[in-house]
Design a protein around this ligand. Structure first.
Ligand code: SF4
Length: 463
């Protein structure tokens, strides 16, 4: 593995080249200037997570790279992700479904193997020593596991990872089947935050896409979980489902707020062609969800009504009613952190190298049982990956500050993005505030697209 240079070191020769080259056609990154930027600024399409391009490591290169990464202490803020691959049923819109949950034996076998995986690197510099600031049990459905296994795996994480004293430990899941035995097991294990996929409280809407519980059950379960008063309770709400209207969305937000939850996350539904929901809509079994214009109105409604109710905006999609909810993992996972990863299908990154573990539980378990970290593939650090993360970090928090990037990486960055900034300001996506630019509500709606455009524009200037 070659020594890693900092982005600042690499920026100097690249920018000498940048100064000599002919300016690129930038029209593809400009927004349409109109009276309705939240709807019309850019063409409608599904955005994927913004980032720099990365290339795969050859399987023959992986052992040496991995061995060097594992032998060095981490130097960045760190999060850990644990993937639990089981779901009791498949939700129609989901691409993360891996395996149906079958029985107690499967839960026990999974927990046993996961604990072995946590031990594999526990004496290696990459895992021991430097603190881990946030842990996230995601999936899949971590709440599908048996109560005793939930408690065991959280305790194992606390034992084998060097958690910071204020480490956020999130246990994700769904409320269906999450009884008091499992709630108490997760709390006994040490979870201090629950992230629960409510999606919509409306019984007809949620059951149409494969969720099980009705509104009354959800409310009862959430009230029970909050009554322990030991952990932040946060729910996801999603806009874009079949049968959703602006009125049902307002009602979802109202119920969430009135439950006195610690946090509410609002996401826009992306209907991917590979999802069962896409086929249901194509075959006429379900009507399409709200169109682009209505989804924009739903986003606006969330921003406006949460603000009016006094909830604090933590990032583009996250709101808190109090200071118990911190949203560490969701934010840090998008920043210049390292991410340790465990479980089938989990993805992590170390010093800019990405890695993905075997997705199928059998292949994952076989590797762990033979004493090998179950990594299936790795990617090289994209050129300027830290800059890419620094840009994403800013937009995730609703602002863009080229001066800060200039201070941190290269003075060229103070003016590099001016053509985009000028256009986006005129189009109503950015508003100048001192040295920086805040995203307007319209800009927030297009935040993913704008982040990718900033990175693509940067790449075009440094080829
Ligand atoms: S429970 Fe979660 S991971 Fe499982 S299918 Fe539903 S949305 Fe996907």
């Amino acid at each position: 593995m070659q020594a890693q240079h900092t982005d600042r070191e690499k920026a100097v020769p690249m920018f000498n080249a940048f100064q000599r080259r002919v300016p690129d056609d930038i029209s593809r990154w400009l927004a349409k200037v109109s009276q309705n930027p939240i709807v019309e600024a850019f063409p409608e399409k599904i955005d994927i997570h913004p980032g720099m391009d990365s290339s795969m490591l050859l399987p023959t290169e992986m052992p040496e790279v991995l061995s060097e990464l594992v032998s060095k202490p981490r130097t960045r803020r760190t999060v850990a992700y644990i993937n639990v691959p089981y779901c009791e049923t498949r939700c129609l819109y989901c691409l993360f479904y891996i395996k149906p949950y079958r029985n107690k034996e499967e839960s026990k076998a999974f927990a046993d193997t996961l604990i072995k995986e946590l031990q594999l690197w526990s004496d290696k510099p990459v895992q021991k020593g430097e603190p881990v600031h946030a842990v996230y049990f995601g999936g899949g459905t971590p709440t599908a596991l048996e109560a005793c296994d939930i408690e065991r795996i959280i305790k194992a994480v606390r034992r084998y990872l060097p958690l910071a004293n204020d480490c956020e430990i999130t246990y994700e899941g769904r409320l269906s089947g999450f009884g008091t035995d499992k709630m108490e097991a997760a709390l006994a294990g040490g979870a201090n935050r629950f992230s629960l996929g409510v999606q919509s409280f409306d019984t007809k809407i949620r059951q149409a896409v494969g969720r099980r519980s009705d509104k009354e059950t959800l409310i009862r379960q959430l009230e029970k979980l909050m009554s322990y008063d030991q952990a932040a309770v946060v729910i996801d709400l999603i806009y874009g489902f079949p049968f959703q209207t602006l009125e049902t969305w307002k009602e979802d937000l109202r119920i969430g707020r009135e439950l006195n939850l610690d946090g509410i996350d609002c996401y826009q539904l992306r209907v991917f062609e590979k999802s069962p929901l896409y086929k249901y809509i194509q075959n006429g079994k379900l009507p399409p969800g709200p169109d682009h214009e209505l989804r924009a109105a739903m986003f606006q409604e969330a921003v406006q009504s949460m603000h009016e109710a006094g909830w604090k905006r933590l990032s583009i999609s996250h709101w808190a009613s109090n200071t118990r909810e911190r949203n560490f993992y969701n934010y840090y996972a998008k920043t210049r952190t390292d991410c340790l990863a465990f479980g089938p299908g989990a993805g992590g990154n170390l010093s800019g190298y990405g890695f993905m573990q075997h997705r199928q539980p059998d292949a994952w378990a076989k590797a762990v049982e033979s004493g090998v970290k179950p990594i299936a593939m790795m990617t090289k650090p994209p050129l300027f990956w830290e800059l890419g993360r620094a840009v994403a970090e800013q937009l995730e928090l609703n602002f863009f500050n080229p001066s800060q990037l200039a201070h941190e990486f290269s003075e060229k960055f103070a003016t590099l993005w001016n053509p985009l900034i000028d256009n986006w300001t005129e189009a109503g996506l950015l508003a100048p505030v001192g040295n920086r630019f805040e995203l307007t509500v319209s800009g927030q709606f297009w935040q993913g697209r704008m982040t990718q455009h900033l990175l693509d524009y940067f790449k075009s200037q440094t080829k």
